[in-house]
Design a protein around this ligand. Sequence first.
Ligand SMILES: NC(=O)c1ccc[n+]([C@@H]2O[C@H](COP(=O)([O-])OP(=O)(O)OC[C@H]3O[C@@H](n4cnc5c(N)ncnc54)[C@H](O)[C@@H]3O)[C@@H](O)[C@H]2O)c1
Length: 319
Amino acid sequence: MRVLVTGGCGFIGSHVVDAYIREGHDVAIVDNLSSGHEGNKNDKARLYIADVRDAILEDIFRQEKPEVVNHHAAQISVPLSVRDPLNDADVNIKGTLHLLDLSQRHGVRKFIFSSTGGAIYGDAEQVPTTEDYHPVPASPYAIAKFSAENYIRFFGEQHGLRYTILRYANVYGPRQIPHGEAGVVAIFTEALLQKKLPTLNHFADQPRGMIRDYCYVKDVAEASIIATAKDQRGMFNIATGVGTCTLDLYHLTLASLRKAGISLGPEYDEPQRAEARDGDIRVSTLNPAKALKELGFHARHTLEEGLSETVRWYLQKQE
Ligand SMILES: NC(=O)c1ccc[n+]([C@@H]2O[C@H](COP(=O)([O-])OP(=O)(O)OC[C@H]3O[C@@H](n4cnc5c(N)ncnc54)[C@H](O)[C@@H]3O)[C@@H](O)[C@H]2O)c1
């Protein structure tokens, strides 16, 4: 199939592109390289360096005639969305709307959207949270993602556009940058490799840090392959359903690095401490049952396996 992946030079998008190419699809990428880079690009994919809001996208759709649009480009920082909600909305709402309009006019068969279960549900009363829980987004980033979801649903109802919304948990793995929605694994790993003591953000009454559902990027990429092949319309949590606190994640990352032969003495056993940041959510885990039942998706990697592959990638990068 002809697939257009936006954000295909970024962390998750580049793994999605790799998975599509592996499955024999024909892939074009639109990316403005604001946080992604060309080094992540799969050699077999064509890259258009453009912003998803640019008028030139009309020409790209005409040229590429995509059957599937897989939208991963976004402003991805929660703190930045708090500081500059206008820019966040411009990229994450207007950018998505532009792609929806193009998709509808150019006969795209399916629209796949990377949304965020990690942020959209807010401090949910129900954890692990199911898709039918009404989102109370706690940051402009999450508000924009929820708004984009609603536009997608509207285009589905009004114009018959088929779509799948993937609400990701906290994604981690090779190629992640430390500044994104859920960069904590990248932050810890990069700091420890530079022999710096990382900082753990926490609420005063939750000293072990936030609780999150960490999902390995290669499992997440697989969800796009399944969504492309299946016809289920709707939204799906892409997650493990397992909650891990930041302190346990820190110790697991430390253990992975030590196992890989990195010498880190007892002075690294405890991270430094800082207060929670604006927009931080205390507990976020997602119920993956619907994705399992309707898509047959399940996250295959344990956190230990995913962390050890991630550490291996960092070490190869250093060679
Ligand atoms: N990382 C996570 O845990 C997580 C969780 C939930 C949802 N998501 C979503 O997954 C998607 C990918 O996130 P990521 O973590 O891989 O981030 P990333 O920054 O690595 O990837 C985003 C890519 O989009 C590109 N981009 C940004 N703005 C653009 C624009 N206006 N036009 C064209 N290209 C643009 C960037 O250059 C980058 O290559 C995003 O939509 C994000 O909101 C990520």
